[in-house]
Write a protein that binds this ligand. Structure first.
Ligand code: HAM
Length: 418
């Protein structure tokens, strides 16, 4: 019984400290850009996540019937819950809204490096505007985060494209609507599956060999001039991407980004610019993914509202931070260790600890009789800065003994002055 469910994680205090450190950077990067935090339940109606396009995410759903016979699911991603929340209050919200969250998400995935069956996913989204500035702002949040944890543009690249690229190419071939979403989901697997398998799936969807080769040629384009040559001067995908890259330059983020037509994303709802963050060394799975999704609410039965955002998992970035030696050594929260010599002085030690706690210190009170050697070792383990000793002689004169654990200096000071 000492093992949890496969693909799930326990966080022991030392791991929890690191998780909190990571989350603090998520929080502060979002807040630095004026985003507000929200939350939603991990359990939703299954219906919220069922979509027809054959995405992996819907096949990996943790779904079950609750005791009342309702079909429910653990959220595999936050975006549909966010859409539900926005839809419910659309009339009362002052758009655009900039919201973020760090939900735990559940997917029945094949577990591997950087992929588990649960993960925490930092979500940063802007709703209610279709301006490309919103998409650029998201990239600024991302880079702010990367810089704050010590990663730089030599470590990572934000690969950007737009759903409109394939939309224009496939539109010319008469492929639209559901068939378009399905095509995107299949071509998203190009770097994971053998070429023949992807081509077979595209053929199964009804694409001709010519269409498949046009798709493949388009996806291999890696610069905007090449894209313009392929899609033509009047392409709205090209002009939108050019505007985005101009804004990125304005933000000073050019070193962090590249155009890559192979980025389409594996979720059906994207409609415009899409991006993924990869480690430059190419050893890891995607660190982050997002894009514009202006028509999600419509698929949930509401009135469409433009939206753009990203999801950023906690697992892959930790792998990278570990590789680069960027995870700091974080000590426990304890600042002072207090102990009273013998059971008679335990009440006095509590009084001392109480006073320090009231003044805002984090205090660990030794609860039972322990040898001095153990107490010193314990204080060291906690990384405490002071040891405060309540000893019979000193206490009878109203004093306590303090050892500064950084310098080793000892002093006796009146309890009143603590
Ligand atoms: P996604 O690409 O499915 O997008 O996931 C986003 C990120 O979540 C991935 O890049 C990865 O960091 C992390 N992730 C996903 N699945 C797992 C897993 N099984 N284990 C560990 N990490 C994982 C979405 O979920 C979209 N809803 C993101 C979004 C928000 N788009 C717009 N707003």
């Amino acid at each position: 019984m000492s093992q949890g469910v496969r693909g799930t994680r326990d966080f022991y205090p030392e791991e929890m400290r690191i998780r909190n450190w990571l989350f603090e950077h998520f929080h502060s990067s979002a807040k630095a850009h004026g985003f507000e935090e929200y939350d939603a339940p991990v359990l939703e109606t299954e219906e919220l996540f069922t979509r027809k396009a054959g995405e992996e995410i819907t096949q990996q759903l943790y779904n079950f019937e609750d005791k009342g016979g309702r079909s429910v699911a653990l959220r595999p991603e936050m975006t549909p819950s966010l859409a539900r929340m926005v839809m419910a209050k659309a009339g009362a919200l002052a758009f655009p809204i900039k919201w973020y969250s760090i939900p735990q998400c559940w997917r029945y995935e094949r577990t591997q490096r950087g992929r588990g069956r649960e993960h925490y996913q930092w979500n940063v989204d802007i709703w209610g505007t279709d301006c490309i500035e919103a998409d650029a702002e998201l990239l600024s949040v991302l880079v702010h985060f990367f810089k704050s944890v010590g990663l730089d543009s030599d470590d990572l690249v934000i690969q950007i494209s737009s759903r409109k690229v394939l939309e224009e190419v496939l539109g010319n071939l008469g492929i639209e609507g559901e068939s378009f979403s399905q095509t995107c989901i299949i071509v998203d697997k190009m770097d994971k599956l053998p070429e023949e398998s992807v081509e077979a799936q595209l053929a199964e969807l009804g694409h001709s060999p010519d269409a498949i080769s046009t798709i493949r040629d388009t996806l291999s384009i890696r610069d905007l001039n090449g894209l313009e040559n392929s899609l033509g001067k009047s392409s709205s995908a090209v002009s939108e991407l050019r505007s985005l890259f101009t804004l990125i330059e304005g933000y000073g983020l050019s070193d962090w980004v590249s155009f890559d037509a192979s980025i389409v994303r594996g979720l059906a709802y994207y409609t415009g610019p899409v991006f993924e963050v990869r480690d430059r060394a190419g050893n890891l799975r995607a660190i982050c993914g997002g894009g514009r999704y202006d028509r999600l609410i419509g698929t949930l039965g509401g009135k469409n509202l433009p939206a753009t955002g990203f999801g950023f998992g906690d697992m892959v970035v930790m792998e990278l931070l570990q590789e680069k030696g960027l995870i700091p050594n974080i000590g426990s929260v304890v600042e002072d260790v207090v102990f009273g010599m013998g059971s008679e002085l335990r009440g006095s030690a509590m009084q001392v600890a109480g006073k320090l706690r009231q003044s805002g210190r984090n205090v660990d009170l030794i609860l039972e009789d322990k040898k001095m050697k153990w107490i010193f070792k314990h204080a060291e383990r906690c990384n405490a800065s002071r040891l405060i000793m309540v000893m019979p002689d000193e206490w009878s004169n109203g004093n306590v003994k303090i050892k500064d654990l950084n310098t080793g200096n000892e002093s006796t000071i009146p309890f009143k002055e603590l």
